[in-house]
Ligand binder design. Sequence first.
Ligand SMILES: Cc1ncc(COP(=O)(O)O)c(C=O)c1O
Length: 451
Amino acid sequence: MKDSFTRRGFIRTAAAGSLALSWLGSGGAPRVFGAEANKPALLGGTPVHKGGWTSWPQWREDWEPEVLKVLRSCRWFRGSAERVAEFEKAYAQLLGAKSCLATASGTTALIVSLHVMDVDAGDEVIVSPYTFIASYNAILNRKALPVFADTDPATLTINPATIESRITERTRALMPVHIFGMPCEMDAINAVARKHGLAVVEDACQAWLAEYHGRKCGTLGDLGCFSFQESKHLPSGEGGAITGMREELVDKCNSFHNCGRAHGTNKGSGSFTRGENYRMTQLQAVILMQQLDKLVRETAVRRANADYLTANLKAIPGITPVRLPENSQAVWHLYPVRYDPAHFHGLSRDKFCRAMGAEGVPCGGIYREQYYDGLLDEAIASRGFKRLWSAQRLKAYRDSFQELKGNKQVCETTVAFTQNLLLADRGNLDHIIEAIRKIQAHSEALAKADA
Ligand SMILES: Cc1ncc(COP(=O)(O)O)c(C=O)c1O
């Protein structure tokens, strides 16, 4: 999306006046940014970026014939046509997974996977605290306790070194979350799981096509879970999937998600198991099918643009891009950095984000320390949880939140940009860098201002 203040226009402006020179580090020529000299937009100056960003989700007219076919067929339920099965096959192939099951949502994918990995009432699951609340909720839904390992501030993902000390005789599974599409350190996580006989359910709800050591996220643990909710890179309003390398596990997921009907390799049993209805509709599947090529293409664009941002932003004091595991590729559902107000005259993160928003570059702090938000207090005060754990265990559990020092730091210092900004052309992408530098240049005035 173009606007009037493109990079070319900016360089023209810069060449005409005596403007700030900024070395932005990625091995190219020194770059010149003029907007630093302007007043911050929060204090009444001109915004760096005008004209908005790529909207999301997107619709293409040429997708309509296939979607209309499904609508007009009146075969909308999973069992009455092949569209869901076609999507499952295509998604498994894209990921290099042996098998895939489409579900109603990412949350239901997690619930089904935890059930199939035998997470039962009174068990404990070790999970990353830095995630969307649905990761906690899926565990609570099994009447199991989400036990938090700490977050590594350098990666924003679960710190594998903090998992083992959280294991008790009740621990049944690990749930690493590839947050913002950044792969967790899966070798170390799988090693802990193997040592203690634990299942691994990957929350890959934000990590379609992310890669770790040459394999896709969602194929690295026992089962991997994805979300296709509206904001996601592959959206269908609602929707989800479970992937895995063991067909019999995904077949068990199929049974549970389809009212307990025996399926595939477990058909021989002939009887129903416990089950719920978490099926995807044909309409969701056909919408998803239209977007698979688009997902691949846009993933490459987001990656290239994230690399460009990282190369430039790491040169700005007080802005620290995230470290990815060796030999891994993120997909950047959000692009995060850590923000240090000490390099911005004490400008608070909140005000920094407001100043960025005023410059036309929206960003935010994203996840808080959600374990203090009441959800877990409500769960552990419930009749069921009190039956399942001793008062002593529940108190120790509640107290243990204070140990999450890395996560606290991450919650307090992260600033993230949404994925649609990464689909911008380079001229507009430069506005992100430019806006940060402008705010840094004016941070003293911004910190003092009553804005
Ligand atoms: C990390 C994570 N886990 C789980 C979910 C749940 O997915 P859904 O919203 O499709 O139920 C989401 C969705 O945003 C997510 O981001």
